[in-house]
Design a binder for this molecule. Structure first.
Ligand code: SAH
Length: 451
């Protein structure tokens, strides 16, 4: 048993699912953040529990071969990245292993795993940032939450975001200071500016700025708009109203202050309208590779019907619509469905229809209507698919299910549920959409067991 304040040499031999280092001492697991497999460290115990302990690396005695000097100066304090200190190849290996482990441990499955697809860029790949705005001891901080905390660290020039975002934040900072605009205080729920939310369409260069406020309007918006117009690609300024005492960033209502209230990107050759509330993959160039892999698994032909469940603004299905007979998309957020319909029109796609509703309910209705899709695409949020949805999908009886997932654990769980419903996992490809973080995307091909 180790105790608080113990200090000893420790070899780091593995990573946790959040990307922290792990070593064993006296048969006990010791978790140490910002360490790499192969490091020998001097470990100081900061918390000791019965079955595990948390340590801090006081010194790296012998660095791992995978270690690099973090490019970002905020790496140690900011909670955004897990892997600033190791080579990208090591990160990819970790992610591929994480997916395989989840299938084995949670699903009891060992399907064929294809090599992980790496992200085209490992820095400045994100097209979206939500910066909390807070004041601490009179100082205005616009940036990111510190690790495991709601303290805001001023963002500086975050290396995951486009550089234009840094310039835009400075414009907001100047406007807030010069106009004495109040900022939100989470504890008492008072103050106007909560978040600054920026989006960039990488293919077109268009930029959207959105201010999330605890109020109805912002003061002196003309001055803000004039400054924002100096940013190349700036297209629209939107206010999002969020008066709730909640950790959820966005409220339901948006007011357009300048421009159309949306920007347009191009993904897999399809024009995509992006509104503040609609989901869009944060790594556009990575998403193209992910959707290409999904299309390879779907293998679209002109006689096929595709059912795209959890379709967001329709992106995955629309990228294949021209090669199939019919596309049906289902999504729960009304604004995303409106965007999906606009996206179909924008691209002269006439064989697509979109249904707004819960995937389980809509799938049941479509089954009763007698829909006979050749392939069902599933792309749920992290919590995965509801059990009743998987049952309904199996009753619809498509030949293939192509499952896109941002959480290997729920993907593995759902694949093992689908196995009992008659579907076999043919192949899984991990895709790195989130370099420098511990998150990994995967796409799995399942087929009816009898074929
Ligand atoms: N396929 C899209 C979106 C994937 S994200 C893309 O690649 O861009 C998951 C989507 O599922 C989100 O748009 C979310 O709004 C939607 N969603 C969440 N719960 C849902 C439910 N119960 N039924 C239908 N859609 C849901």
């Amino acid at each position: 048993m180790v105790n608080k304040n113990d200090e000893f040499k420790l070899n780091i031999t593995g990573y946790t699912s959040e990307g922290g280092g792990v070593g064993k001492f006296d048969g006990q697991a010791i978790f140490v953040e910002n360490t790499a497999v192969g490091d020998e460290i001097l470990c100081h115990i900061i918390k000791a529990k019965k079955t595990y302990a948390i340590g801090k690396a006081m010194k790296i005695i012998k660095p791992s071969k995978s270690r690099i000097e973090p490019e970002c100066t905020s790496f140690k304090s900011c909670g955004g990245c897990s892997f600033g200190h190791i080579k990208y190849e090591e990160e990819l290996e970790y992610k591929a292993q994480k997916v395989e482990d989840a299938f084995k441990r949670i699903g009891g499955l060992s399907p064929e795993f294809k090599p992980i697809i790496s992200s085209p860029e490992t820095t400045r790949y994100r097209n979206k940032a939500q910066y909390p705005v807070r004041r601490e001891n009179g100082i205005l901080n616009i940036g990111f939450y510190a690790k495991k905390s709601h303290r805001v660290i001023d963002g500086g020039d975050c290396l995951l975001q486009p550089q234009d975002f840094t310039s835009i934040i400075e414009i907001f900072r100047k406007w807030i200071n010069e106009n004495s605009v109040t900022v939100y205080n989470e504890e008492i729920g008072i103050g106007l500016i909560r978040h600054i939310y920026l989006r960039k369409a990488f293919a077109t260069g268009e930029i959207m700025a959105c201010v999330v406020i605890n109020g109805n309007t912002i003061p002196n918006s003309e001055e803000l708009i004039e400054s924002l117009k100096e940013i190349e690609g700036f297209k629209t300024l939107v206010v999002n109203i969020n008066r709730e005492k909640t950790n959820v960033v966005l409220g339901e209502n948006c007011i357009n202050l300048y421009g159309d209230g949306y920007i347009t990107d191009i993904l897999c050759g399809v024009k995509i309208k992006l509104s503040p509330l609609s989901f869009y993959q944060v790594n556009r160039n990575g998403a193209e590779l992910l959707y290409k892999k999904a299309a390879e698994y779907v293998a679209p032909t002109p006689d096929q019907t595709i059912l795209d469940l959890y379709c967001g603004t329709g992106t995955i299905g629309l990228s294949m619509a021209n090669s199939v007979k019919e596309l049906v998309g289902v999504e729960i957020i009304p604004e995303a469905i409106e965007d999906a319909e606009v996206n179909a029109k924008l691209n002269d796609i006439n064989n697509a229809r979109f249904i707004c509703g819960d995937a389980s309910v809509a799938a049941e209705e479509l089954k009763n209507e007698g829909i006979k899709p050749d392939t069902v695409i599933l792309d749920p949020p992290r919590k995965g698919c509801a059990e009743e949805l998987l049952k309904t999908v199996a009753e619809i009886n498509p030949q293939k299910i192509v499952y896109v997932s941002c959480d290997p654990a729920t993907l593995a769980r759902d694949c093992s549920r689908l196995l009992t419903l008659g579907y076999e996992v043919k192949e899984v490809t991990p895709v790195d959409m989130f370099p420098r973080t511990s998150h990994v995307e995967s796409v799995a091909l399942l087929t009816l067991s009898s074929i």
